[in-house]
Every structure is written in structure tokens, then in C-alpha cells.
Design a protein. Structure first.
Length: 328
């Protein structure tokens, strides 16, 4: 009898002891990941003073200096979009889904690699201003919450897949990078010629689940500084100039949001919901059959993903290796 392809630490023991015989494969790895890059010293008045002194900017001239730099940052974003022949769009409403808009653009223009679009939106931020200090009777840098324009650079990255960099256009020019481990894994499997079937953000069929798991695990060993610096160079070309007054100044990266997901593929998926219904009724409410064309030489699989709302989109994405054309 063929052994199921999944590690014991991917599926809870209580679950695998009851339903392990039904499981064909399991895949665990990074899902959505958000990293924040900050110029940490500039958040303190003392170091902001040192920075402005090194940049030869008087405190009384800070507002004019910062405004001019912001205009240049925004202008470069428009130039990047124009140079790549991609749209630059202002998103006026917070109710507009940027992800949905980018997906629409990517499908419409059949973008498989490179810049998809640059979006801009006015959003809350933590910014640096200069204010009068009545007690000390002098001007001083202050950190305050306000709003400014943010620039979203969306890419189909050759390594990471769909990702974006969000750039705050006012001091201290904080950046956020958002990526998806599943999109990254799809790129890895494409590079190795491994067939798969993907429904939104989960894999519902895998040619080689063991190799897919090894590729997912390898993401944790990636050269993160190199990946993030590469995105910075593309989306924020003025960052070297901004950092130049203090040679030791650099972006400090932290993970502000991380998700780890496990996809479970069943051997006989059409009977899985009934078998699982007694295990956890609340979880069973989230399970829904996802039909998918079979990979070459395989039976037609369905997938049930624990603890997340199933994908309700109109289509499935198949790898080139499966010899089936994508539906978009």
C-alpha cells in the first residue's frame, strides 16, 4: 500500500490518527507574509537632528526640504510605471480593494513577470515633523501620526511571484513588503518542471509532494536581505540618496505579519466531508469540495483546507508542467 506523503508534524496527531488513511498528501509552509523596513534611528529627535545636520538642512527649512523630497519620490514612482509601460493609478477610496484591482489588471494585460502597476493612496502613517518646543524655546523634530501618500508597487516577481512594496512618501520613508509563500512555491515548482494544480491560495494537486515540501522549507533559508534590497532598488530608487548623510544608516527589517498554512489532499475526497463531519462540526462548516482537473497520470483530486474559508473564485491555476493552459 502506498504511504501517504506528509510529515507527522504537519497534521495534528488527533486528526491523523482518525483520518490518516484518507490523506494522500499534506503541504505546510509560509502563506501570507508582511515585512516592515524602518530607518529606526530617525524615530528619535536626537538622531533626526544629527541626520538633518549631516544633510545640511536647517530645522527651519525642514518642511520645504521634506516636501521637495516627497515630490521627487512620487515623481520617480510615476516614471517607473511609465518606463515599464504600466499604469499609475490613484486610489481615492479606502473601500477599493487594491488586490482585486491588481488582479484585474494582471489578468487583463496578461502580466506573467515584472511590474503590474503602481497604485497611490493617502493613508495614516507615523511621520516626522518639526515643531516649536515652547519649554526649550526652539524647533525640534517630533514623531506624530498623520496621513500622507503611500505608493504601492505590485510585481510578478521572478522568484517571489505576486508581491508588492508599499512606500511611505514622507520621512522616515517606512516600507512594507507583502508576499505570499504559496505564490513563491508555485514559482519554485515551475522552475523545476513540477506539475501542480492551485486553487486561489492552496494547492489541490501535486506531482511530487515530497519535493514541494522541501522547496517550501527552503524558503526559510532564503537570502532575505538580498531579496528585500532588490525590491527596494526597484521601487525606491532614491533610498541610497536618502541614506547617504549617515553612511551607517540602513533599513531594519522586522516581520509584522506571518501566516503558516497546511494544505491537505485526500485520497478519496468525495467521501471526506462525511467522514470529517463528526470530528469538528465548526471546522466542517468551512470545508467545501474544490473540483480540479487531474494532473497527468493522477486521479482527480479535491482539497480541503483546515480553518480557512474555501476559495470561491471562478477558476483554477494549473502549472505549465501539467500541459493545461491557465484559464486567465
Amino acid at each position: 500500500m502506498q504511504k501517504s506523503s506528509f510529515s507527522d508534524n504537519l497534521v495534528p496527531e488527533e486528526f491523523s490518527s482518525k483520518f490518516g488513511s484518507l490523506i494522500k498528501a499534506a503541504l505546510g509552509g509560509l502563506d501570507r507574509l508582511r515585512l516592515c523596513g524602518t530607518l529606526r534611528p530617525l524615530f528619535t529627535p536626537r538622531w533626526m537632528n544629527i541626520y538633518l545636520c549631516a544633510a545640511k538642512v536647517l530645522l527651519k527649512d525642514y518642511s520645504k526640504h521634506a516636501q521637495a523630497l516627497t515630490e521627487r519620490v512620487c515623481q520617480r514612482a510615476r516614471q517607473i510605471a511609465e518606463g515599464a509601460g504600466r499604469p499609475y493609478l490613484y486610489v481615492a477610496s479606502a473601500q477599493t480593494s487594491k488586490e482585486a484591482l491588481i488582479e484585474q489588471i494582471a489578468r487583463r494585460d496578461r502580466i506573467s513577470e515584472g511590474l503590474v502597476a503602481v497604485l497611490s493612496a493617502v493613508e495614516p502613517c507615523v511621520a516626522i515633523s518639526v515643531r516649536g518646543d515652547a519649554a526649550k524655546k526652539r524647533l525640534s523634530p517630533v514623531v506624530q501620526r498623520r496621513k500622507c501618500l503611500h505608493l504601492y508597487h505590485y510585481y510578478e516577481h521572478p522568484i517571489l511571484g505576486r508581491c508588492h512594496l508599499r512606500l511611505q512618501s514622507w520621512y522616515p520613508f517606512t516600507v512594507d513588503v507583502c508576499l505570499n509563500g504559496r505564490a513563491w512555491l508555485a514559482r519554485q515548482m515551475d522552475a523545476e518542471g513540477l506539475a501542480y494544480c492551485r486553487a486561489d491560495n492552496c494547492f489541490v494537486a501535486l506531482q511530487d509532494a515530497g519535493r514541494a515540501q522541501a522547496l517550501a522549507d527552503a524558503q526559510l533559508l532564503a537570502d532575505w536581505p538580498q531579496l528585500l534590497q532588490g525590491l527596494l532598488r526597484q521601487a525606491h530608487p532614491l533610498h541610497d540618496e536618502i541614506l547617504s548623510p549617515l553612511p551607517a544608516l540602513h533599513y531594519y527589517w522586522t516581520v509584522t505579519q506571518s501566516e503558516y498554512a497546511t494544505d491537505v489532499i485526500f485520497k478519496k475526497p468525495r467521501g471526506a466531508p462525511a467522514a470529517l463531519s463528526g470530528f469538528c462540526p465548526s471546522r466542517h462548516a468551512h470545508l467545501s469540495k474544490l473540483g480540479c482537473d487531474a494532473l497527468p497520470g493522477s486521479s482527480s483530486p479535491d482539497d480541503y483546507r483546515q480553518g480557512q474559508r474555501p476559495f470561491q473564485g471562478p477558476s483554477y491555476q494549473r502549472s505549465e508542467a501539467s500541459k493545461r493552459r491557465p484559464t486567465h
